[in-house]
Design a protein around this ligand. Structure first.
Ligand SMILES: C[S@@+](CC[C@H](N)C(=O)[O-])C[C@H]1O[C@@H](n2cnc3c(N)ncnc32)[C@H](O)[C@@H]1O
Length: 297
């Protein structure tokens, strides 16, 4: 299956990883396999994680030869299980050390474009939003079960939605009349009808982002896994994060700063690396991307 995902900061990430032949790298967010493919092309070997079953299945077809020749190991797990999984894979595949680890947070275009999964306001499908289909709670469950205050906090804290209160109120008052949000279209229409402010993006963009972050526990996952990545990395190895919103970037920024202050690691760039104007023109979705790089000392 072909991926529709355009890899963000591809050349930049590969350069900063300093890929060397026959060394092992970890791509914690395999997605459409764009970063993995380039590491393999440069002669590196890859252990790649994704908790989305579809992403791993597509990767198994696309990289059949590389898997057979032990250049690529695909793991269908949450990257919160990074350290333990790497320890057992190292034994199984006789891997000495990990030379670099990459996180490219968030969703892939393949996930966003699949209207059955409810990640965006395109088409009509169940408001699901689970990247890992074994997770218990869908976005529509949150909208059915949480209080007005809880919904407001989610929209505000994780989406920065200025009209969070109004939107949460409308959802709960509809519920009282027996009207429940079940699809992405239901939610997009409700937000559109409630919101006053208008800009270039769809009015429901921030609400969709906020729900996705909570359904997939994205910020806790990042917090839990960065120290595991650091522990798993060899001395001199690099850890790279690519984030797409403030919440993700803040965790990487503060964690890296602490390691630098404690002389555990060196920041490779003072400011985050961002996409070029040309890249943003080609792929407007990458406009908010920020890449941070640290090297273990
Ligand atoms: C932005 S995409 C990665 C795109 C990839 N770098 C490429 O070039 O094709 C993010 C991917 O990470 C996966 N992901 C997000 N959180 C994860 C987690 N906690 N554990 C494992 N995979 C995760 C998503 O399912 C998605 O496929």
């Amino acid at each position: 299956m072909k991926t529709s995902h355009i890899t963000v900061l591809l050349n930049e990430a590969i350069e900063y990883l300093k890929v060397e032949k026959n060394c092992w790298y970890v791509d914690t967010t395999f997605g459409g396999g764009g970063h993995t493919e380039q590491i393999l092309k440069r002669g590196g070997k890859v252990i790649a994680f994704d908790f989305d079953q579809n992403a791993i299945k597509a990767g198994e077809e696309r990289f059949k030869n590389e898997i057979e020749s032990n250049q690529l190991v695909l793991v269908n797990k949450n990257f919160t299980e990074l350290e333990e999984t790497l320890n057992s894979l190292k034994k199984e595949h006789s891997i000495d050390e990990i030379s670099g680890i990459l996180f490219d947070f968030g969703t892939s275009t393949d996930q966003l474009m699949n209207t059955d999964r409810g990640f965006s306001f395109l088409g009509e499908g169940e408001l699901d939003m689970r990247m890992d289909q074994t997770l218990g709670v869908k976005a529509k469950d949150l909208l059915t079960l949480l209080s007005e205050k809880q919904l407001m906090e989610i929209f505000f804290q994780h989406g920065g939605e200025s009209e969070a209160k109004k939107i949460a109120k409308a959802i709960v008052s509809n519920r009282k009349n027996g009207v429940y949000i079940k699809t992405n279209k239901d939610l997009a229409q409700l937000v559109e009808s409630v919101k006053k402010s208008r800009n270039k993006t769809h009015p429901a963009t921030k609400v969709f982002q906020a729900l996705r972050i909570v359904v997939n526990d994205e910020l806790n996952n990042i917090e839990t896994s960065l120290p595991q990545a650091f522990n798993s990395l060899k001395k001199g190895g690099r850890l790279i994060t690519i984030s797409f919103h403030e919440g993700e970037d803040r965790i990487a920024k503060t964690t890296f700063k602490t390691w630098q202050e404690e002389n555990l690691a060196t920041l490779i760039t003072k400011k985050p690396v961002v996409p070029t104007d040309e890249a943003i023109k080609e792929n407007p979705r990458c406009r908010s991307a920020k890449m941070r790089i640290i090297e273990k000392t």
